[in-house]
Structures are given as structure tokens and as C-alpha cells.
Design a protein around this ligand. Structure first.
Ligand code: GLU
Length: 368
């Protein structure tokens, strides 16, 4: 089952799951949802939640209607509502002993590589600390031109950056149907989509759209991003109690399968780095090892240049100074200076702390 073998799962919840048409907060639903998250954490899954609802919560507090809200006003409303939203999560999740944190992202944070890398590092550190990040778009400062506007696409970028295996879009419909199920009785739910062709796009534009900003169109856009990131995506009915458990038990939802593997997606991303932060020169033995698909070890490194941190993109050069690979360094440039030329077993002694043994792991490296 897809969720069972996912290590990192991003879950997006729309405003209509948190607040009903009568502006009542769906407290019971959120408590049940927290149980779902608790169970996933127990199974050692790393969870990121992308939640809408800032504007809806702000409107509730101010007794305003969401319709006809002008952008500048909606920014203030979002600022008021975001804190209410997080408060709601905090008081609900604490009952399940789940620690949460808040991250507000703008479009630039996900589209600019450096910022995206920073975001990834923060996700990883939060996982290590045992916290579940809850993300929303930073509506308070984003203007229309530089705004996602819908959390479906934002969630797919978050899935891509975090290296998620699955993105779950909890909607108020079970998934994508062959026809509008409210009109056509024999409409069928599409269970698995490998290729988003013209027919699928057409169905998506005609299908029942939910209350939120996105509708089915932005979900298809999100699916396309996921397909190229090696991430599965599922649209499922979030209105039901224990929606994640329902996906696992009943699987009545629409899955979009990735077009490339997560590893290939990661490698593509590594190779497309615009500005590697440094370079390392390696000897012939290490060069040969790289060609055989092995990781880069400290022993084969002759020289380091540039100043870089752990996780930064770097170039790998052969003895003649021509680029032979690119990758993400597991050490900072300062650390590499201390360990280069040495056997991996000596690293701990040289640095005085426990670290990885490869300077660039094979999964983080692409030959050029
Ligand atoms: N960021 C918006 C909010 O919190 C929601 C965007 C969406 O509906 O996808 O209200």
C-alpha cells in the first residue's frame, strides 16, 4: 500500500474541512485527524501539514464574509486568522501529544533554490526534534502577482522540496470522477492516473469544484509537479472522520503516480543547480569509484576551494580540473580541509564528533 511505504508524507487540508458552511469550527473532525497523524508518527512517518484556513478563521473572528474581500483587506484578515488557526491546531494536537510548529512560506521561498534548500533544512531539523511543521502561505505579505493563492500547488512544492514520498490532498470530494457525480449517476471515480492527458485535464475543468480557492484545476497542476518530483499524490475526501485511516482501509480516492523515481528527480534537481558553492578536486582512484556508482570518500580528495556548508551544492573536478560530477556535500568546506586524504575510519577522531562517512553520498551525486 502506498502510504505504508512512504517515509515522508505531506498532507494538505482545505479551509472547508476546518470550518463548515455555517462558520462552525469542525473541532471533532480535527481531533480525529490528529489521531490519524498520531498513528502515522507511531509508524515512524515524517509528517508535514499544509493547512489553509487563515482567511476563513479571520473572517469568522471579524464576522466578515469571505466573498468580495479585497486583497489588502484579506491580508489583514489572514494575519488575524492565522494565529487563531494555529491556536486551534495547538490545543487539538497537544491532546494527542503531537508537537507542532508553524512555517509561513511565500512563492519565492519555494521557487528560489537557496531558500528552498533552507526550507528543507528546517523541515529536517524539525523532524529530528520530533515536531510536525504546519505550513500556510504567508498571505499577510504576498500580493497577487507573487502569490500561490491556492495551497494545492504550494503543497506540491513542499512535497518536492522535502523529498516526500506522498502528497495527500484532502478535499471535499473523493477524487476525480469520469463525470460530475452530482449530475451523472454512473460517474466513476478514477482510481489511478499515470498520465495527465487532455482528457484528464478536461474532466478536471468540468468537475465539481470545492469551496476552497483551488478546485480540481489546481489539484491537477499539483499532480503534475508531483509526477516530476517522483512523489505520489492522492486526492481523497477529507470531510470524513479519520480521513487518512479511510485512505489506508478503503482506498476510495484518486492516486496520481509519479513519472520518474524520487532518486532521478533528486538527481535532476542537483544537476540543475545554478550556483554551486565550492569545488573539490579528486584523484584517479576516486574518479574511477564515482564512475562505478560509488560514493565520494575523504581519502580521494586532493583539494577544496570555496566556502560551503553541509548540504550545499558543490562541483567535483578531476585531476585536470574539469568537472566530472555535482553533488550535495555532507560536510562543510572547513571540515573537508581537515579530513581530506584520510580514511573514513579516521574522520570521527579528526573532527571530534560522529558524522557520516561519505563526503558526497552516491544518491546525492550526479556524474556530468
Ligand atoms: N492561504 C489561504 C488561507 O489560509 C488559503 C489558500 C487556499 O484556499 O488554498 O486562507
Amino acid at each position: 500500500m502506498y502510504l505504508e511505504d512512504s517515509k515522508i508524507i505531506v498532507i494538505k487540508i482545505g479551509s472547508s474541512l476546518l470550518i463548515d458552511d455555517n462558520r462552525r469550527i469542525r473541532k471533532r473532525w480535527l481531533s480525529e485527524f490528529a489521531k490519524d497523524i498520531g498513528e502515522l508518527i507511531e509508524k515512524s512517518k515524517k509528517i508535514i501539514i499544509v493547512s489553509s484556513g487563515a482567511i476563513a478563521m479571520g473572517c469568522k473572528k471579524l464576522n466578515l464574509s469571505k466573498k468580495n474581500l479585497k486583497i489588502d483587506k484579506s491580508q489583514a484578515v489572514a494575519s488575524i486568522g492565522q494565529i487563531e488557526l494555529m491556536n486551534l491546531f495547538l490545543e487539538t494536537f497537544i491532546k494527542e501529544k503531537i508537537n507542532i510548529s508553524q512555517i509561513l512560506l511565500t512563492l519565492e521561498d519555494t521557487e528560489q533554490r537557496r531558500r528552498a534548500l533552507n526550507a528543507k533544512r528546517t523541515f529536517d531539523n524539525l523532524f529530528q526534534l520530533g515536531f510536525v511543521p504546519i505550513i500556510n502561505e504567508n498571505d499577510t505579505i504576498a500580493t497577487t502577482e507573487i502569490k500561490y493563492g491556492d495551497n494545492d500547488r504550494l503543497a506540491s512544492r513542499v512535497a518536492q522540496i522535502s523529498g516526500a514520498d506522498t502528497l495527500i490532498l484532502l478535499s471535499d470530494v473523493a477524487g476525480l470522477y469520469t463525470q460530475n457525480p452530482k449530475v451523472f449517476k454512473n460517474a466513476k471515480l478514477l482510481k489511478e492516473i499515470k498520465n495527465i492527458d487532455k482528457d484528464i485535464e478536461k474532466i478536471a475543468t468540468q468537475s465539481v469544484s470545492e469551496h476552497g480557492t483551488g478546485g480540481m484545476k489546481t489539484k491537477i497542476e499539483a499532480a503534475k509537479i508531483c509526477q516530476l518530483s517522483g512523489c505520489r499524490m492522492v486526492i481523497a475526501n477529507g470531510l470524513l472522520m479519520r480521513p487518512i485511516k479511510k485512505i489506508i482501509d478503503e482506498n476510495y480516492c484518486t492516486w496520481f503516480l509519479p513519472k520518474i523515481s524520487k532518486l532521478d528527480a533528486r538527481k535532476k534537481w542537483i544537476i540543475s543547480s545554478v550556483s554551486p558553492k565550492g569545488e573539490i578536486v579528486i584523484d584517479d582512484g576516486a574518479r574511477q569509484a564515482l564512475s562505478n556508482g560509488k560514493s565520494l570518500l575523504a581519502a580521494g580528495i586532493k583539494k577544496v576551494s570555496g566556502k560551503f556548508k553541509k548540504g550545499d551544492h558543490i562541483k567535483v573536478l578531476n585531476k585536470k580540473n574539469s568537472e566530472c560530477a555535482r553533488g550535495l556535500s555532507s560536510f562543510s568546506s572547513d571540515e573537508i580541509i581537515k579530513i581530506m586524504g584520510h580514511h573514513s575510519k579516521e574522520i570521527e577522531k579528526l573532527l571530534g564528533y560522529v558524522t557520516k562517512s561519505e563526503v558526497i553520498h552516491k544518491d546525492d551525486m550526479v556524474e556530468v
